[in-house]
Design a protein around this ligand. Structure first.
Ligand code: ATP
Ligand code: MG
Length: 253
């Protein structure tokens, strides 16, 4: 059983139990654990009384990679060219984010975003298409900044290892290192909540929950808890304000 974020505000603002984020974004290089953490976070928030939905804001690179290979090309860039690929990726991600924001707003659910606009700017920088960033920003600027953007900070070698183990795609060490540099160079970077993502999935989840529990009270859950977080010990007590988050808070990365 995974711990659920219970209502416990360590900021002293216990009265404001209605405050909730509209969107939480997870950004970071390939293999940093965004998808793993975003799924987990949506499940835990929902179980804790804050209905949340996971959204994959993909730019289509994996799908385009399969298409490219089917058409006898090495990779999507070989198929579309660098500028063409950045254009298609930017359009697909823009549509995905727009859909996620719209549907989450209509359903009054927290949107847990697996990638957001910053990922597109970082992708453009990492692929050396800098002059197109201004165009992308012009289109993406209509999207509100998420309430919190978690940057999952992982060493390129660890990301490389995970991607190889996952076995669905491949990224070079050079590209992963360039991606790390691209995220760090973004003007948004000072506003990111940087999480050390080199640890176990449970440790990364704990660090994310620790930060959220400071800012957004979640009603106590009386229902079943979402799926397990590997490596986390079982919850210490009943589903009442206190032990869950207090224990997690000590495990901040
Ligand atoms: N903290 C972790 N420690 C070890 N392995 C992890 C961790 N988090 C995720 N993984 C594993 O590493 C792989 C990459 O994780 P995940 O797919 O969540 O990353 P991602 O950031 O979404 O990558 P991409 O940008 O390529 O979609 C997966 O196989 C996942 O199970
Ligand atoms: Mg992913």
């Amino acid at each position: 059983m995974a711990p659920v974020p219970q209502h416990r505000s360590t900021s002293g603002n216990d009265a404001d139990t209605t405050r909730r984020p509209r969107a939480i974004a997870l950004v970071g290089i390939d293999g940093s654990g965004k998808t793993t953490q975003a799924h987990q976070l949506a499940d835990l928030l929902t179980a804790g009384g804050m209905p949340a939905t996971y959204w994959q804001n993909a730019g289509g690179r994996r799908w385009l990679g399969r298409l490219a290979r089917r058409l006898g090309r090495r990779d999507p860039q070989h198929l579309l060219g660098r500028t063409g690929l950045l254009f298609v990726e930017s359009v697909l991600r823009w549509l995905a984010i727009a859909r996620a924001l719209l549907r989450s707003t209509l359903r009054r659910r927290v949107a847990v975003m697996d990638r957001y606009a910053a990922c597109q700017y970082a992708s453009i920088r990492a692929h050396g298409g800098h002059r197109w960033e201004v165009v992308a920003r012009a289109f993406y600027r209509i999207f509100p900044a998420p309430d919190v953007t978690f940057l999952l900070d992982v060493a390129p070698a660890e990301a490389y290892r995970r991607i190889e183990e996952r076995g669905t795609d491949h990224e070079s060490m050079e590209f992963l290192a360039a991606s790390v540099a691209a995220y760090r160079s973004l003007p948004e970077h000072p506003r990111f909540v940087v999480v050390d993502a080199n640890g176990t999935p449970a440790e990364v989840t704990a660090a994310i929950l620790d930060h959220l529990a400071e800012r957004f009270p979640v009603r106590p859950s009386t229902g079943p808890v979402a799926g397990p977080v590997d490596g986390l010990p079982p919850p210490a007590g009943p589903a009442v304000p206190g032990p869950g988050v207090a224990r997690i808070a000590t495990r901040s990365a």
